[in-house]
Design a protein around this ligand. Structure first.
Ligand code: ZN
Length: 279
């Protein structure tokens, strides 16, 4: 396994929040309803401080992916995250729906978010998580061109980083063709290790899962990785507006109690994982 763990550690766990606030409703759900926006406001005003308090109590430092729209709308919450010593990665401008962007617009928004990270945080993001975990054929090439080191949007592995290959030719009769591996290192994600689709409630949706079922799924995934994939990385995606609701935070803390019953779990930022990786 090419991930060099610190002495005594056997599994890296990233509980990285995506602090979307208003932007996920505007960009992904195309809604500016005051009620939807207020759900994002809950994430900033209540979810972020609660999650920071939990992370501090367990001694967890992690990587937060934040659209620049959120950084500008909720400066105080963003400041709390930075002051607590967490890493901040790029997560779009307004949670734009990336697959619909043409190449010029995707490039323009990438340049804009780099300028805004510099203006608002005085730093350059080392990694990118695409809004709603969707990319175009060009995203990884653009990330490489603009000096990014890692991405965390794809699902081609589960517990090991990898260099993704784009499918360059889709042929329904003769099979598909992959291009060469990207220079970008991928920290894979999956919807089952994401709080939003399973725990968020929408008007008329019947897909919300029981917290008990989600907790069991998270524990089974963790136990599998811990026992069978030593030297690996598990990457969660949490949303302050979702995980910050009382019953979900209680579930997260039950999950963390389970994780902390195991020796040798490492909670790095994703850039620390990048530094621990050798090709
Ligand atoms: Zn997001």
């Amino acid at each position: 396994m090419p991930l060099t763990m610190p002495e005594g550690k056997r599994l890296a766990v990233s509980l990285g929040p995506d602090f979307d606030a208003h932007s996920v409703w505007m960009g992904t759900f195309r809604s500016t309803s005051q009620t939807d926006l207020s759900r994002g406001e809950f994430g900033a005003e209540v979810g972020v401080p609660r999650l920071l308090e939990t992370f501090a109590r367990y001694g967890i430092t992690t990587t937060w992916s934040i659209p620049t729209h959120t950084m500008q709308t909720f400066r105080a919450a963003t400041e709390l995250i930075a002051v607590a010593g967490h890493e901040i990665a790029a997560h779009g401008v307004y949670h734009e729906y990336v697959p619909k962007l043409d190449l010029d617009e995707e490039r323009r928004l990438l340049e804009l978010q780099l300028r805004q990270h510099d203006q608002l945080l005085g730093s350059r993001p080392r990694g990118y998580r695409s809004p709603a975990l969707d990319v175009t054929d060009h995203t990884l090439d653009l990330l490489g061109e603009y000096g990014f080191e890692w991405d965390s949007s794809l699902m081609g592995r589960d517990f090991t980083p990898y260099h993704p290959r784009m499918v360059t030719n889709i042929d329904r009769e003769l099979g598909n063709t992959f291009g060469p591996p990207s220079t970008i290192l991928e920290f894979p994600v999956h919807w089952t290790l994401d709080d939003f689709p399973e725990l968020e409630s929408f008007k008329g949706n019947a897909t919300m899962q029981s917290n008990q079922a989600v907790l069991e799924r998270w524990k089974d995934s963790f136990d599998f990785a811990y026992e069978r994939c030593a030297g690996g990385l598990m990457t969660w995606t949490l949303h302050p507006q979702t995980i910050g609701r009382a019953h979900n935070l209680v579930m997260l803390e039950r999950f963390l109690d389970h994780v902390f019953d195991h020796e040798g779990v490492w909670f790095p930022t994703l850039s620390q994982v990048y530094e621990a990786w050798t090709d």
